[in-house]
Design a protein around this ligand. Structure first.
Ligand code: GNR
Ligand code: NI
Length: 172
């Protein structure tokens, strides 16, 4: 297993629309293993393949509490088939937008259809943090970041901070 480099905004790679995969084979499972290791190492609760530079509709996730045993989840070619009218707001962060957090409004519940680690079709009804995280990761597959849900000014301030931090690191 390998820890992969996580791409950070404003890298244009993050704006790509990820492509469906043909099916789940050993090569894709190896990618999902590396993504999960990268996510745990970061640490984060979700990771989309495009965040490690792979343009595939693949997501890994684990929202279990640190004290509980790990509960890795794998979503291949996920599709949201239903969202609730009820909305919810949560302070989100993103491994590709380091150290920036903002309240984001999303659907409180959603249903998602996907292939699991073994390539079997699954449907999942999610609420709470799971529902939020699924919508956050689905956005990545469309090249959308959580900061895109903010007003122009708030977004610009965050992008400015990121660019400044990157420049500071580059001159070290
Ligand atoms: O680790 C993460 N935490 C998080 C918190 C609130 C809402 C969404 C997330 S996902 C994020 C990891 C990440 O960037 N996934 O794309
Ligand atoms: Ni993210």
């Amino acid at each position: 297993m390998a820890i992969l480099r996580i791409i950070e905004a404003p890298d244009p790679e993050l704006r790509k629309i990820s492509k469906p995969v043909d099916g789940v084979d050993d090569e894709l499972r190896a990618l999902m293993d590396d993504m999960l290791a990268t996510m745990y190492d970061a640490p984060g609760i979700g990771l989309a393949a495009i965040q490690v530079g792979v343009e595939k509709r693949v997501i890994v996730m684990d929202i279990s509490d640190d004290d509980d045993k790990p509960l890795p989840r794998y979503f291949v070619n996920p599709e949201i088939t239903w969202t609730s009218e009820e909305m919810t707001t949560y302070k989100e962060g993103c491994l590709s937008v380091p150290e920036q957090y903002a309240d984001i409004e999303r659907h409180a519940q959603c249903k998602v259809k996907y292939l699991d680690y073994d390539g079997n079709e699954q449907v999942l009804e999610a609420d709470g943090l799971l529902s939020i995280c699924i919508q956050h990761e689905m956005d990545h597959l469309e090249g959308i970041l959580f900061i895109d849900h903010l007003s122009g000014l708030k977004r610009k301030m965050i992008v400015k901070k990121l660019t400044k931090a990157q420049k500071a690191r580059a001159t070290l």
